[in-house]
Design a protein around this ligand. Structure first.
Ligand SMILES: CC(C)(COP(=O)(O)OP(=O)(O)OC[C@H]1O[C@@H](n2cnc3c(N)ncnc32)[C@H](O)[C@@H]1OP(=O)(O)O)[C@@H](O)C(=O)NCCC(=O)NCCS
Length: 255
């Protein structure tokens, strides 16, 4: 009977030799940047200069957004409880979901499925908005608590245009943004998750890799937050007495 093996086409290791997607790690270390090697390991091929620049911008765009998002709060809280850095960063990564960072995945899925289906982009955008609003659902990749226009979206799209990545997915993303504002009467900007979703779709990445881009980008930020919390704050951080309010039942007794 043939022996069952665990197959992988990512990295080959032998004594004294490591090859990622066929390339010697020492040559990659000497000649490429981190984001170029991220592209290589995810896509299986070396990026051209335009893909390198776009990848670099994507990974820089989400490196941090202050101490308020769920991931930095979680990372800081976990380390503050007396846990190690790896637990703190893992805690931060675990918060990445449909509302925070993870919107890239579902948003890229929508863009890719709609573009694949074909047809007029304006009609696809209108259908999507009707569908989500009739189900009272939020469209992933749109809206931001702080930014009326997300500066990272503007920069990513500017670069994508300059580098020749502006394709049907980015066009669809813009069309949805326009129609969403018309139909809701409020500004729901394409946020950085939505912009990354559109750009990676025009670069040919599968939507199922979507969350990975945010995780790869945000982990350095989480390490910085964990370290700052550890070295600058007292252990066991908690909300001050004025920052929370009890609204449960009053005192009760058991007879
Ligand atoms: C990011 C987000 C949490 C910010 O929310 P917020 O600014 O606090 O907005 P609110 O929760 O106050 O919602 C305000 C209104 O806009 C609507 N809205 C917000 N985002 C929406 C979206 N993506 N699609 C449709 N409607 C949306 C809400 O339903 C709400 O409508 P209502 O007043 O009729 O109930 C929200 O826009 C969202 O969930 N977006 C989708 C997930 C996403 O892209 N996350 C990545 C963030 S970088």
């Amino acid at each position: 009977m043939e022996k069952e093996t665990w197959k992988t086409s990512i990295t080959q290791i032998k004594k004294g030799e490591i090859r990622v997607r066929g390339y010697d790690i020492t040559e990659l270390m000497e000649k490429l940047t981190f984001s170029q090697v991220v592209f290589l390991i995810l896509k299986g091929e070396l990026p051209n200069p335009k893909e390198s620049k776009m990848m670099e911008a994507i990974l820089v765009s989400s490196i941090d957004h202050g101490a308020t998002p769920p991931s930095s709060l979680a990372a800081r809280t976990v380390i503050s409880g007396g846990n190690p850095l790896n637990a703190s960063v893992a805690g931060g990564v675990l918060t990445i979901g449909d509302s925070h960072g993870g919107a890239i995945e579902q948003c890229a899925r929508i863009f890719q499925e709609m573009v694949k289906k074909g047809g007029k982009l304006s009609r696809s955008a209108a259908e999507l908005i009707n569908d989500y609003s009739s189900r009272k659902k939020r469209i992933p990749g749109y809206g931001h608590r702080l930014h009326e226009t997300d500066p990272r979206t503007v920069e990513l799209f500017k670069l994508a245009g300059k580098l020749g990545f502006s394709g049907r997915h980015i066009d669809l993303a813009k069309e949805i943004e326009k129609k969403l504002e018309e139909s809701s009467g409020r500004k729901l900007p394409l946020n950085v998750d939505g912009a990354i979703a559109a750009v990676i779709s025009d670069m040919g990445f599968d939507w199922r890799m979507g969350k990975g881009f945010f995780i790869i980008s945000r982990v350095p930020g989480l390490v910085a937050h964990a370290y700052e919390e550890l070295t600058r704050e007292k252990p066991m951080r908690r909300l001050g007495n004025t920052d929370f309010e009890y609204d449960g039942p009053g005192p009760k007794g058991i007879n």
